[in-house]
Design a protein. Structure first.
Length: 253
């Protein structure tokens, strides 16, 4: 079921784009942008949910509850749920679209890895994902070369005798920028604020580790997706670039 709904459409679309461009690196970039375009309504819904949460956290009613029930967490949660209902806010409104997009992200990674089949066993598995009307004999083996990289292998760029993981570094930087620019605001002292701070620190490191150890085709996907997300949010006027400055607290645009 997973292959039929997620993997097979992605694999065949990726192969089709590769057949048009004859460049797998450009195919990954274009395919990532296409997926971002398709999931744009989910991104808008997530942004609206986040914005409502920001407005609620900055309201006088919410701040009054924080002070009144600061020593009674259970009562605070009950009153917060009442406030959610009064203001018409779904607490999961900003998280649900992200949960829906998560299988798409996993599927896209698996599709890239499967198309980059290098061993006979991997190629035989790939045949089960290709639709009958796709002439795979003209597309395989996929040429994994893009710029200085072999997209089926972890990336390293020789510089002055050192093997520098350029793509992994760019993944860390763009993931950090995306987190800082797009993370919803939280009031100081809240548990959510602490979690947000931890995520902004550890998520770029985790993505950088994946980019360092897995095929560089995944790194190319990460970078394209991060940059596309930043541009997408910036085009909707929902980014405060000052959040990138050292010492600045996250703020709403």
């Amino acid at each position: 079921m997973w292959d039929m709904i997620i993997i097979n459409p992605m694999v065949n679309t990726l192969l089709w784009i590769y057949g048009l461009l004859n460049n797998f690196g450009l195919a990954i970039i274009l395919f990532t942008l296409l997926v971002r375009l398709i999931t744009h309504p989910l991104t808008v819904q997530q942004m609206k949910g986040t914005q409502k949460m920001q407005q609620m956290q900055q309201s006088k009613e919410y701040q009054a509850l924080q002070k009144k029930y600061k020593d009674d967490k259970q009562k605070l949660q009950q009153e917060q749920m009442k406030l959610y209902q009064e203001m018409g806010i779904n607490p999961l409104g900003s998280c649900l679209p992200l949960v829906i997009q998560f299988p798409i992200i996993i599927g896209l990674y698996q599709a890239i890895i499967r198309v980059l089949a290098v061993t006979p066993m991997d190629m035989s598995k790939l045949f089960y994902n290709v639709y009958p009307f796709v002439d795979i004999s003209k597309l395989l083996p996929v040429n994994p070369d893009f710029l200085w990289m072999n997209l089926s292998q972890p990336e390293r760029l020789p510089i002055l005798g050192f093997e520098i993981p350029v793509m992994a570094i760019i993944v860390v930087i763009t993931t950090y920028m995306q987190s800082k620019l797009m993370t919803p605001t939280s009031q100081p002292g809240e548990q959510g604020a602490q979690m947000t701070k931890a995520m902004n620190l550890y998520m770029p490191l985790l993505m950088g580790y994946l980019a360092l150890t897995f095929a560089s085709g995944l790194s190319l996907y990460f970078i394209t997706s991060n940059v596309a997300s930043i541009i997408q949010y910036a085009s909707m006027g929902k980014i405060n670039w000052r959040n990138l400055l050292p010492g600045k607290k996250a703020s709403a645009s």
